[in-house]
Write a protein that binds this ligand. Structure first.
Ligand code: HEC
Length: 439
């Protein structure tokens, strides 16, 4: 009953551990998934930002190329009319020897035209703008206006995910600083060298990045889910296998205890090599006065010390078991009623399946009654033998006398009076008188 309760307690504790392990696993997987999803989400804006910066750098490069030439001439078309804001430039318009009209394109004009070309697609968009635009159509949108204001405060870059044309974009903007050479055309607006002249913004649509991130996130979620399920299954199966083994062991122990209790009145105790008690049957409880609960797991040496038994005796005994394979001894004691009792014990080695010495087995029996019975038997047999010797002597004498009577009768020609004068039916030995059972 006690064992069963202990097993039930262990089993429920095992169940709690399994649950805790499953919870820990769930948390680990959830944290990993959250981190991975967050990483994917962050990588969307990081990748878009990288593209925005690259686009911006390219813009700056082309504009610088144009500026290095002091503008470039292109044929006049409907889409590229002479720039009205350059009317004060003496060679704004030229004609080729064959009569084709050309006009000067300044860097900002070129940049704006390229941006307008890009605006027809749904890819990366650019915009050159200013808080006080020379050309009114170059005015900033609300996000750009805010960014330009932060540049006035000293910021050198603005970037954020913001709506552009109603869809989420990574927006990036850097200021354009007024230099000496800008004043030729922008000086009239009141700019000085070092002022923020305006800025160029780049907007990268997030949709393609988002789509690829979403695919990655779906794969990650599925992989994490599968991993989580696999982990839970393994934890569950492992826990169940452990619990089954626990119950099987408990069942085995009950069986073993039952077998031990059928020891025919012998106390049985088994220890490991360190003399720690492994098994202790109910007869041992009666003979030695300790319950199994008290001593299983304890060292025999400790018990001996507690009872002030000389430890050298134990050492001698164990040496003898190791050398000869057995040690026998008797312990005499007086019980509560003052009767002398005798316990006979045999110690033998405990070996495992491959014959390796693993511990010791002690078998003890209270031989008080057995010894007394034998003593009584010996005395009785002694008495019987003595009596028998006397009886046999008398018997021989009677037979002799019967022989004599028969001989005398024969001398007178008369038949013998006694038959059965042989010794065939007589007890030959005292052994015959003792029943087989007690011999
Ligand atoms: C040759 C004359 C000229 C020079 C030099 C010049 N710009 Fe401009 N800039 C213009 C004109 C013209 C526009 C309007 C073009 C358009 O959008 O059609 C303009 C537009 C701009 C804009 C767009 C906002 C607006 O005002 O419409 C910015 C920003 C700008 N210029 C910055 C600069 C900076 C910085 C420099 C010096 C590095 C510079 N510009 C030098 C002629 C010039």
């Amino acid at each position: 009953m006690n064992d069963r309760r202990k097993t039930a307690r262990l089993s429920s504790r095992l169940r709690i551990y399994t649950g805790a392990l499953a919870t820990a696993w769930t948390i680990i997987v959830a944290v990993s998934l959250a981190w991975n999803l967050d990483y994917q989400q962050r990588s969307v804006s990081e990748a878009a930002q990288t593209q925005a910066r690259a686009t911006f750098e390219k813009d700056v490069l082309y504009r610088r190329w144009n500026a290095a030439h002091g503008g470039v001439y292109v044929p006049v078309t409907e889409a590229t009319p002479p720039n009205p804001f350059l009317s004060h430039i003496p060679e704004r318009d030229l004609t080729t020897p064959s009569g084709r009209p050309l006009t000067l394109i300044n860097p900002a004009y070129m940049t704006r035209q390229v941006h307008e070309l890009a605006a027809q697609g749904d890819g990366v968009q650019g915009h050159i703008t200013s808080l006080t635009p020379l050309r009114p159509e170059n005015a900033p949108d609300p996000w750009e206006e805010e960014a330009l204001e932060t540049f006035e405060q000293g910021e050198t870059e603005a970037s954020a995910v913001a709506d552009y044309g109603g869809r989420p974009h990574m927006r990036l903007m850097r200021p354009m600083i007024t230099e000496q050479r800008c004043l030729k055309c922008h000086g009239a607006q009141g700019y000085k060298v070092g002022d923020i002249r305006g800025g160029v913004s780049v907007s990268v649509p997030l949709a393609p990045y988002q789509a690829s991130a979403e695919r990655a996130m779906l794969t990650l979620s599925l992989a994490h889910g599968a991993l989580w399920l696999l982990g839970l299954t393994l934890i569950g199966l492992g826990g169940r296998a452990l619990r089954r083994r626990l119950h099987a062991q408990a069942e085995m122990k009950v069986l073993l205890d039952n077998v031990l209790s059928h020891s025919g009145g012998d106390a049985l105790m088994a220890t490991d090599l360190d003399l720690r008690i492994l098994l202790y049957n109910s007869v041992a409880e009666q003979i030695f006065g300790y319950t199994a609960e008290e001593v299983v797991g304890q060292s025999v040496l400790d018990l001996h010390l507690k009872n002030k038994v000389d430890p050298q005796r134990l050492e001698r005994a164990l040496r003898c078991v190791r050398e000869t394979g057995v040690w026998e001894y008797d312990v005499k004691s007086t019980d509560a009623d003052g009767n002398e009792r005798c316990v006979h014990s045999v110690v033998t080695p405990l070996k495992d399946g491959s014959g390796v010495h693993r511990g010791f087995v002690l078998r003890s029996a209270d031989v008080t009654q057995r010894r007394a019975a034998r003593h009584k038997l010996e005395q009785t047999v002694d008495k019987l033998e003595r009596f028998n010797r006397v009886a046999v002597g008398r018997e021989h004498r009677i037979i002799e006398l019967k022989h004599e009577v028969n001989a005398l009768l024969q001398q007178q020609g008369r038949p013998g009076k006694y038959k059965n004068t042989t010794e065939e039916n007589e007890p030959k030995d005292v052994e015959d008188a003792i029943p087989e059972r007690i011999r």
